[in-house]
Design a protein around this ligand. Structure first.
Ligand code: SF4
Ligand code: SF4
Length: 373
């Protein structure tokens, strides 16, 4: 029968950055973690984290866990894309199936050819599984950091594969890998105070969550802190000294990122129609359907406002002409006020003359005050 070393060797040949082995026993420590107010929303979006507490719930024949690390930041990403989008979302191939998906398929085919059945476990506590398998440690920003792959950075996805074969477990690494001299840079840098300082996060305060699941118009007090991010957020990773060497590495860009740079700019997102969304956007970032296009537009308008770039004013004006959705209109008005200047003020004055909506009137007055300040 195949050995653990041969399995790991094949995983590296296929393109994974690391691989480790763990026992297929329940993740009891995670139960308490899930039993708090922060995770109730997950089931409403179809994510069953409770099922993932026990590998047997997912694959009754499971006898061992193999954790594969995928290094998703191997190619240079155009700087503008990195300002607006979390890096991991730029490389998500769950719809296009042209990256990680093909590696996982090759790996499972390899196991199958050696008589081992497997199942990829979505919604398992993958960070905990990775630490149990010894391929990484945790950071105070709650992310997994690779043990040695990808420069020991957090730019890795753990893929949890359950198998019906007994492999001896690797030494676990369930610990924080943060250097004692780091003065909690991630916690200080989190603009929305999502990081709680005890290795935990309030996901509903995290910009990533807010960009794709946030309800209603973004509250005024979060609009500036959310900055330029349209989908995802990497701020707590960018400031982390454990990521310094990997961020420094020079890497070639890919065609995927070059075409995304053009298609994903905020002016395109703000004014996109259904066809554009379905062909250019959704295959890469699919957490929102076209029914939620208002949120995409609202995020793009906020990013434009926070850029304070007057180049965006005509696009915001056009969006106000084209769209009735109040959430989008409010953010376009706010963005004009944030950019400021005489041409933004003129547009706001015209809108005020036509407006009959009391909520909008308040936003218009505030934006005009900002223009004048
Ligand atoms: S991703 Fe952004 S908002 Fe979320 S915890 Fe990190 S810095 Fe805070
Ligand atoms: S910024 Fe500092 S505390 Fe936060 S994860 Fe990185 S090393 Fe740890």
């Amino acid at each position: 029968m195949i050995t653990k070393e041969e399995v790991k060797q094949r995983a590296l040949e296929i393109g994974f950055a690391d691989a480790g082995f763990a026992q297929s026993t329940p993740f009891e420590s995670q139960r308490e973690f899930l039993t708090n107010d922060y995770y109730g929303w997950t089931q409403s979006v179809g994510i069953d984290l409770w099922k993932g507490l026990d590998p047997q719930n997912i694959f009754p024949d499971s006898r061992s866990i193999i954790v594969l690390l995928y290094s998703y930041f191997e190619s240079s990403i155009p700087p503008l894309l990195q300002k607006y989008y979390g890096r991991c979302y730029l490389n998500d191939d769950r719809v296009t199936r042209d990256g990680l998906f093909t590696l996982v398929k090759k790996f499972r085919d390899f196991l199958k050819s050696n008589g081992i059945n497997s199942k990829v476990a979505n919604y398992m506590p993958d960070k905990l599984a990775a630490m149990r398998a010894g391929v990484g440690t945790s950071g105070k920003n709650t992310l997994l950091y690779a043990r040695s792959a990808a420069g020991g950075s957090s730019f890795v996805f753990p893929v949890v594969v359950l198998v019906d074969y007994d492999f001896s477990p690797d030494a676990p690494s369930i610990e924080s890998g943060c250097p004692s001299w780091c003065r909690n840079a991630c916690i200080a840098a989190c603009p929305t105070k999502a990081l709680l300082g005890n290795g935990k996060i309030n996901p509903q305060r995290c910009i990533s969550y807010l960009t794709y699941y946030g309800e209603g118009v973004t509250p005024l007090e979060l609009r500036e802190p959310m900055g330029l991010y349209i989908y995802g957020c990497d701020r707590c990773q960018n400031v982390c000294p454990r990521n310094t060497s990997w961020l420094y590495e020079r890497k070639d860009s890919t065609e995927r990122f070059i075409s995304m740079e053009e298609d994903f700019m905020p002016e395109k997102i703000l004014l996109m129609d259904r066809e554009y969304f379905q062909t250019k956007i959704w295959p890469y970032m699919f957490y929102m359907s076209f029914n939620d296009v208002w949120r995409w537009r609202m995020n793009a308008a906020r990013a434009m406002g926070n850029s304070r770039d007057e180049r965006f004013i005509p696009y915001l004006e056009k969006a106000l002409e084209n769209f009735d959705d109040e959430r989008v209109r409010i953010m376009c008005i706010w963005a004009l006020g944030r950019i400021g200047g005489s041409s933004a003020l003129k547009i706001l004055e015209n809108i005020r003359l036509q407006n009959t909506n009391a909520d909008l009137a308040e936003e218009i007055n505030l934006a005009m005050e900002n223009c004048n300040s």
